[in-house]
Every structure is written in structure tokens, then in C-alpha cells.
Design a protein around this ligand. Structure first.
Ligand code: C2E
Ligand code: MG
Ligand code: MG
Length: 465
């Protein structure tokens, strides 16, 4: 009791001080709350708002899909919009103008849609949600397409473009985000293959394709969770001595019900944004195998690992590789990263930086399927590389095709002129091997020597030389 009254007395005599402390605390709390609110808002903005165009990122739609549909309170259509041949605009006008096109393009879409359900998927791909107008003819998309066809005035010039659109009318009671987006994307793919500059509605005949893709989505999701896949290793051979030079790791899925081709899986993994996780697991498993092979005293110079060119856009991939080579204590110059050309218009610029960063870690870079894409030369001129792998389609039927022989010769000369190591892959017989040997190519790879092998078979085959 005396203690409580002492406190009371103290408060009464120091009332001004007490009030000041309360006010200071109150002000500090208010300032803290405002700052916290702003930081949270900024973080949310960074996460959900596309910095180039200002529209929302697709992640926002993915996270809030069902709530957004409920808010519409009527049937909604999803439109998947893509600028036709956007890569050309990038090539012709340059990266900066191409970015301005995207900014203005997004602005124009927003001016035509009287709500804020416009999302950027990536690059020149956008999604719009719009209520279905069932009372009269639904003119929304035609008006939008017409508006987008009007020239864009950028850097004192008029730029014209056309778009392709896939549309899906969301009619299910509880639609799943991935179902809907896939349907709209399949319709878009159809619009593009039918000559672009048009809209295609997702209809029944797309259903089988949709089902296949959707099966693939769940298959991949499970495979990633349970790691139900393994790697095989195809030996790469020194051309002159026919001795072992290294291995290329290749993805294989353990599913008894059907055979999955890696290229098919990779296509869907990219489509469903699962490629990052998949590539990381492949790198990890490849390095584990590398260590096993070294422990078994198998004498090889390098392990080649395929990654998707999508990693070019993934800022954390380089850091991940750095961690991996440290964790597994592997000499970086014995790891070769292989990827094919990117089809993404923003890719070429980012590619050089990505390659430089990986090479700065000491890793080697190989361009896979060289000669098969349309930017092979451009990539030679822009990037510091270590190796090119000439696409096996040139080797198929090589002995009957003077043209392919000439092309391979030209590509080998080109590679050597840039001081690059050259690999010919898909060598299936003695004649093809002799041809490769006559061109002084460093390495060959193909069924003539070995098919991709299980790790245990590699050990059996190469142990003791
Ligand atoms: P790639 O990297 O060009 O791999 C070479 C492909 O050619 C492999 O097919 C290999 O099995 C096949 N091959 C090798 N020698 C011969 C031959 O003499 N004749 C014929 N006809 N084929 C031969 P695979 O394993 O089906 O892989 C196909 C593509 O899938 C790869 O092409 C690569 O782009 C991609 N891929 C494979 N594994 C991975 C992976 O782990 N990650 C990523 N991101 N992509 C992968
Ligand atoms: Mg490869
Ligand atoms: Mg290849």
C-alpha cells in the first residue's frame, strides 16, 4: 500500500514529465506505424506491380484468383494477349524502344478496360479479366484489338503492331487458376499457329490438349516433390584418341506408365514456372554424381549440365551455382553449363551478363544445339563463350547430305575462329565419326560411342580406365 501511494505521489508531482513521456510514446508509435505501413505497401508493390509497365504482375492474380472472380459477381472471360513477332521489334528498334512499346501497350490496354484487372505475365504477354456481356454482342475484345492496332508514337516514329489473343470463358463454379490460365494460353497458341493477328476462343477440341497439359502439370509437381526422376550420363569422347573426356547429364523420369521425353518435360516445366526448381535439382544431382565418379577413381575432365535458357532471367541462379560448387567442393572449370538459345526478346541482352557472371565463377559455358536457332551468329558476336555443340540435326543423314557437311565444316571453322571448343553430337556411325575427326573437332558425342548410361553402368564401364 505505501508503495502504491508513493507511486501516486510521484506521478502527481511529476505530472508534466509523465504527460510528456506519454505524448512522446504516442508520437513514436504513430510514426512507427506509418513507416511500417509504407514499407509494407512498398514491398507489396514490388511483389505485385510490374516495374516496367505499372500493371499488376501475374503473381497477384495467382494469389487472389478466387476472390477476384467473386468480386466480379458475374461471368468473366480471361483474355491472354501477346504481341505478334515482338522479337522483331526488339531487333529492329532496340531494347529501349521495345520497352517503351511495352509501356505504351500496357497503358493503352488499361485505357480500354474500365477496371484494373490487367496483368503482365512476362515479356510481351498480358492477361485481362473482363465480364462477359451476354445481353448484346460482346464487342469488348474487338474494340481492344482495334485500339491496339493504332500506331504507337515512340521516338518520333509510328510503330504498328498486331496482337494474338486467346480467350477462355470461365464458367465453372470453382475454377482453378492453373486450369483457366492454361486454357487461355492454349487458345492463344492456337491463334498464333493459325496466322496471328486474331482471337481464338477456347473450345471443345482444345480439351484433350488441355487435359494432357494438365496431367503433365500434376505429374511434374509430384515428380519435383518426391524427386521421382534420375539422371543418366552420356560420355563425351576426345575425337582423336577416342578416350573419355567428360559426361553430359540428362534428365530421366521414373514413371512406369509412360515414357517422358526430357524435351517435352522441359517445355511444360517452363510453361508452368517449375523449371527453376527442376534445374536446381538437376544441378545438385549432377554434382552428387560427379563426386561419386571421382570417388570411384574414374578419370574424366568435365561434367556438362543442361539448364533452361529461362535461368537467364533468374537473378539468383548465379548465386545458387556459386553455393553449389562450394558445397560440393568442385573445381568450377570442370563444370560446363549448356543451354540453347532463348526465344525471349528481352533475353539477348541479359544473356551476355548471365554468361559473364557464370564464367567469373570459373564455370564453362557451352551453347547447345548450335546452328539450329536463328540467333546463333549474334550470340557468337556478343558473348564470351567456351564451347559450341553443333546441333545433331545436321549430323542426321550427314553422309548423304553435302549441304549438311558444308554447314558443319563452316560452323566448325567459325567455332575455331573464335577459339571455342567444338563438340559434334548425335554421332551414330563410323562414317560420321571419321567426318568429325577429319575436321579436327575436339569432342564427339553420340550413340556410336555410348548412349546415355545409368550411373552404375558408367562406373562399371569406366572403372579401371
Ligand atoms: P541436348 O542437351 O542437346 O541433349 C542431347 C540429346 O541427344 C539427348 O536427348 C541425348 O539422349 C540425345 N542423343 C545423344 N546422342 C545421340 C545420338 O547419337 N543420336 C540421337 N538420335 N540422339 C542422341 P534427351 O536426353 O532426350 O534430351 C533432349 C533435350 O532435353 C536435351 O537436348 C536438352 O535440351 C533437354 N534436357 C535433357 N536433360 C535436361 C536437364 O537436365 N535439364 C534441362 N534444362 N534440359 C534437359
Ligand atoms: Mg545438352
Ligand atoms: Mg544438343
Amino acid at each position: 500500500m505505501p508503495f502504491l501511494s508513493m507511486i501516486q505521489d510521484w506521478v502527481m508531482t511529476n505530472i508534466v514529465l509523465v504527460l510528456s513521456i506519454i505524448i512522446i510514446l504516442f508520437v513514436a508509435l504513430t510514426v512507427f506505424t506509418v513507416i511500417r505501413f509504407n514499407v509494407l505497401r512498398k514491398t507489396r508493390q514490388l511483389l505485385y506491380q510490374d516495374s516496367l509497365t505499372g500493371v499488376k504482375k501475374i503473381l497477384h492474380l495467382e494469389k487472389n484468383f478466387n476472390n477476384i472472380l467473386v468480386d466480379f459477381d458475374r461471368d468473366v472471360a480471361m483474355y491472354y494477349i501477346n504481341i505478334d513477332n515482338f522479337k522483331n521489334y526488339n531487333d529492329i528498334f532496340g531494347f529501349q524502344v521495345a520497352n517503351k512499346i511495352l509501356e505504351k501497350f500496357a497503358e493503352r490496354i488499361q485505357s480500354q478496360v474500365n477496371h484494373d484487372h490487367v496483368y503482365r505475365v512476362h515479356s510481351d504477354r498480358f492477361i485481362i479479366l473482363n465480364p462477359i456481356d451476354s445481353s448484346s454482342r460482346d464487342t469488348f475484345i474487338e474494340t481492344l484489338i482495334d485500339a491496339l492496332k493504332q500506331p504507337f508514337y515512340i521516338d518520333k516514329q509510328d510503330i504498328n503492331l498486331t496482337v494474338s489473343v486467346g480467350r477462355y470463358d470461365i464458367s465453372e463454379a470453382n475454377p482453378r487458376y492453373h486450369d483457366v490460365i492454361l486454357a487461355a494460353e492454349l487458345a492463344l497458341d492456337r491463334a498464333k499457329t493459325h496466322g496471328k493477328d486474331q482471337m481464338v476462343l477456347y473450345t471443345g477440341d482444345l480439351k484433350q490438349a488441355h487435359k494432357n497439359a494438365f496431367d503433365m502439370f500434376y505429374f511434374l509437381k509430384t515428380a519435383l516433390q518426391d524427386e521421382t526422376f534420375h539422371l543418366e550420363f552420356q560420355p563425351i569422347i576426345h575425337t582423336q584418341s577416342k578416350t573419355l573426356a567428360g559426361f553430359e547429364s540428362l534428365l530421366r523420369f521414373d514413371d512406369k506408365r509412360r515414357i517422358f521425353f526430357p524435351s517435352e518435360i522441359i517445355y511444360y516445366a517452363e510453361k508452368f514456372n517449375m523449371i527453376e526448381a527442376l534445374d536446381r535439382l538437376v544441378v545438385k544431382k549432377s554434382l552428387e554424381a560427379y563426386q561419386v565418379l571421382k570417388k570411384e577413381a574414374i578419370n574424366f575432365d568435365f561434367m556438362s549440365i543442361n539448364i533452361s535458357s529461362r535461368q537467364i532471367h533468374n537473378a539468383s541462379f548465379v548465386t545458387f551455382m556459386k553455393q553449389m560448387i562450394e558445397t560440393y567442393n568442385i573445381k568450377p572449370q570442370t563444370i560446363v553449363i549448356e543451354f540453347t538459345e532463348t526465344l525471349d526478346p528481352e533475353g539477348l541482352d541479359k544473356e551476355s551478363k548471365f554468361i559473364d557472371e557464370l564464367r567469373a565463377l570459373g564455370l564453362k559455358i557451352a551453347i547447345d544445339d548450335f546452328g539450329s536457332g536463328y540467333s546463333s551468329m549474334l550470340r557468337l558476336s556478343r558473348n564470351a563463350l567456351d564451347r559450341i555443340k553443333i546441333d545433331k540435326s545436321f549430323v542426321t543423314d550427314l553422309m548423304h547430305s553435302k549441304r549438311n557437311q558444308a554447314l558443319i565444316k563452316a560452323m566448325v571453322n567459325l567455332g575455331h575462329a573464335f577459339d571455342l571448343e567444338v563438340i559434334v553430337e548425335g554421332v551414330e556411325n563410323e562414317e560420321e565419326y571419321r567426318f568429325a575427326k577429319s575436321l579436327s573437332i575436339g569432342f564427339v558425342q553420340g550413340y556410336y560411342f555410348h548412349k546415355p548410361l545409368k550411373l552404375s553402368t558408367v562406373i562399371e564401364t569406366f572403372k579401371n580406365g
